[in-house]
Ligand binder design. Sequence first.
Ligand SMILES: *[C@@H]1O[C@H](CO)[C@@H](O)[C@H](O)[C@H]1NC(C)=O
Ligand SMILES: *[C@@H]1O[C@H](CO)[C@@H](O)[C@H](O)[C@H]1NC(C)=O
Ligand SMILES: *[C@@H]1O[C@H](CO)[C@@H](O)[C@H](O)[C@H]1NC(C)=O
Ligand SMILES: [Cu+2]
Length: 161
Amino acid sequence: MASYRFITLAIVAIIVLPTVVMATEYTVGDDKGWNINFTSQDWAKDKVFYVGDTLVFNYIAGNHSVFKVNGTGFNECTVPPPNEGLTTGHDTIQLKTPGIKWYICGVKRHCADHGMKLAITVQAEAPATAPTPTKSSAFQITSSASQLIVAAMVFVAMIVV
Ligand SMILES: *[C@@H]1O[C@H](CO)[C@@H](O)[C@H](O)[C@H]1NC(C)=O
Ligand SMILES: *[C@@H]1O[C@H](CO)[C@@H](O)[C@H](O)[C@H]1NC(C)=O
Ligand SMILES: *[C@@H]1O[C@H](CO)[C@@H](O)[C@H](O)[C@H]1NC(C)=O
Ligand SMILES: [Cu+2]
């Protein structure tokens, strides 16, 4: 009886934990947030984005906005109709599909004059099976961290049951 509980808990932990650990939340511009000094290439260059990850755009509401556009809109800084924009100052976008994603600021000429725009490529694969060396080495850390949590849970379960 006790060993069934233990096995069930271990299986649940193994299935659930990696899913939780793997989704990454990226704050666009890090501490400086989404502002006119933002440079897409600098911020995105060392990051690998996966489906399920989240982008958070932090800024003073009213000073900026976030519009999802296509490649043409990105290059030409074409701001879509206002109702398509995110304007809360803490806008969260979940990356749901792979491919290139483009975002621009729709306030004044921030996009055209200050390059306030972001282009990222979202990968379909989960980090566990991704061939990218940089990400897979990063994943090994989270993987061993999740294994450690599973081990800790198993240990606790063994004491409890
Ligand atoms: C943006 O850059 C200007 C000039 O370099 C600087 O004065 C300002 O503090 C910067 N703003 C932020 C939010 O980093
Ligand atoms: C936000 O916008 C207001 C009004 O235009 C301006 O006074 C303020 O300096 C802006 N804040 C920042 C951090 O850019
Ligand atoms: C890009 O978006 C604009 C505005 O929504 C649209 O008119 C245009 O056809 C799109 N271009 C492509 C290549 O999808
Ligand atoms: Cu702006």
